[in-house]
Design a protein around this ligand. Structure first.
Ligand code: GUN
Length: 282
């Protein structure tokens, strides 16, 4: 089975759009997401475009703040503080990566945790790991929604997460643990990665290395979720999984593009509504 992330995300966005209509009628204003892009990284520009398109589809308010590559850390901090203090703004997203002269963690720390739609602020990270009410990062939530939508049983099964980033690997491991999976986090230094991956009933790959997971690394029937988005020298988008060889072995697999990517954006819309509702009910 090929998991149609694009369609599942579309269904979610339709639900969100209806919810926005109801919330706007009830509270007299739309949810508002501000997206900040620094510089002109082509991949970031493309992601941000998709995010803005989704906010328009869902009928959110919001602003795209495009800043030059030369923006200083202090200037960026000022833009964030302005949005923190603006009661009409529900969500603030700073697209990563940032130019090298800006300290990313310092920027993440500056976003008000209650407007942190990415769930990257230390307060939200801690709350997630403590099992408290948190904003959960979008891509990991998108992965979990795909597993749920495809009816993949999780309880007691072995999930192997390849990659240990703060954005995907670590939070998705926590969410799988919450569903009573036995979780292994593998990474670039894992000895005999193929053997570890072959144990997986659920294999989540987020390493950023084009097509590194091959058929010999996958247990027949496993569910394979490919978080990677890599552009080849020929300009083609490929995942971290060698789709052509793995698809016949896997029980279910996400394509790239059209798998996890659209789900991340749908979850960003959902997180913005969560921030809006929590702020209204505070
Ligand atoms: N860069 C890559 N993924 C993400 C994400 O989920 N959020 C932000 N802000 N930047 C990213």
């Amino acid at each position: 089975m090929i998991i149609d992330g694009k369609q599942i995300a579309q269904n979610l966005k339709e639900q969100i759009r209806e919810q926005v209509t109801a919330l706007t009628a009830q509270y007299g204003r739309k949810p508002c997401l501000d997206v900040i892009l620094v510089g002109e990284n082509p991949a970031s520009m493309s992601y941000v475009r998709s995010k803005i398109k989704a906010t328009e589809y869902c009928d959110f308010d919001g602003e795209l703040i495009s800043l030059p590559e030369t923006t200083t850390q202090d200037e960026l901090l000022r833009v964030i503080r302005e949005r923190n203090e603006n009661p009409g703004v529900d969500g603030i997203l700073v697209q990563l990566p940032l130019p090298k002269h800006i300290d990313e963690q310092c920027i993440i720390d500056a976003i008000s945790p209650e407007k942190d739609v990415d769930g990257f602020h230390p307060t939200n990270v801690a709350r997630l790991w403590l099992g408290q009410e948190a904003i959960v990062p979008c891509t990991p939530m998108g992965v979990m929604a795909l597993l749920e939508q495809t009816g993949t049983p999780l309880q007691g099964r072995h999930a192997v997460v390849v990659g240990r980033s703060n954005i995907v690997g670590k939070p998705v491991a926590k969410l799988l643990l919450d569903k009573n999976c036995t979780v292994t986090i593998a990474h670039s230094r894992t000895a005999d990665l193929a053997a570890v991956c072959r144990q997986a009933d659920i294999l989540v790959v987020a390493v950023g290395r084009p097509e590194m997971i091959t058929a010999d690394m996958v247990k027949p029937g496993a569910t394979v979720i490919d978080v990677g988005i890599n552009r080849t020298a020929e300009g083609k988008l490929v995942g971290d999984v060698d789709f052509r060889s793995v698809e016949p072995v896997a029980g279910a697999i996400t394509p790239v593009p059209g798998g996890v990517g659209p789900m991340t954006i749908a979850m960003l819309m959902r997180n913005t509504i969560v921030c809006y509702q929590r702020r209204i009910n505070k």
